[in-house]
Design a protein around this ligand. Structure first.
Ligand SMILES: [Zn+2]
Length: 172
């Protein structure tokens, strides 16, 4: 007879999935897409959701689990390591590529992003909800961290422009 209360307690996850565009929990699952794991061999199915709020400007979204980053195909810690090798240690592209186990072309593209990313990270981590360490509580902090990255570096993903926004794009 107390099924209403039991339903609420048993079926609500500790951190309910919310639409990152309107914060509603009125969402349903909407298929998956595959992403390469930044650390391990193989791909991981990422859950896609459909926002059911009629007021929401955005229709589909996904909440990337740790350690996935929006759009960026590299591991979170790789960004810090690449930044340190390129700028703090002043190592060459070839040396950095060898140490990161990637090609020089990847380092060439990644180092510019790392400079912007670390500058942003250092500015935000004392004041952001996910700071100072988004890895400390991954279930709670990682989605906020990813949302802020996406807002900052991929603002076009937050405008109501087209329904194709979640087709994965390659890291530029
Ligand atoms: Zn929404």
């Amino acid at each position: 007879m107390s099924s209403l209360f039991e339903f609420g307690q048993n079926n609500k996850p500790e951190h309910p999935i919310r639409c990152p565009h309107c914060a509603t929990t009125l969402i349903i699952r909407n298929g998956t897409y595959l992403r390469a794991h930044p650390e391990k061999i193989g791909q991981v199915a990422i859950q896609r959701y459909l926002c059911k709020s009629p007021q929401c400007p955005w229709k589909t979204f996904s909440v990337l689990p740790y350690p996935f980053l929006p759009i960026i195909r590299h591991f979170y810690r790789t960004l810090f390591l690449c930044h340190s090798l390129c700028y703090a240690q002043n190592r060459s592209q070839a040396d950095t590529a060898r140490r990161l186990n990637v090609t020089r072309g990847v380092v060439k593209r990644l180092r510019g992003f790392c400079r912007r990313f670390i500058s942003w990270f250092n500015r935000e981590e004392p004041i952001a909800d996910w700071g100072p360490d988004p890895e400390a509580n991954q279930a709670e902090l990682w989605p906020d961290f990813n949302r802020d990255i996406s807002h900052t570096f991929y603002p076009c993903r937050w405008l109501n422009l087209s329904p194709t926004q979640y087709i994965p794009t390659c890291f530029q």
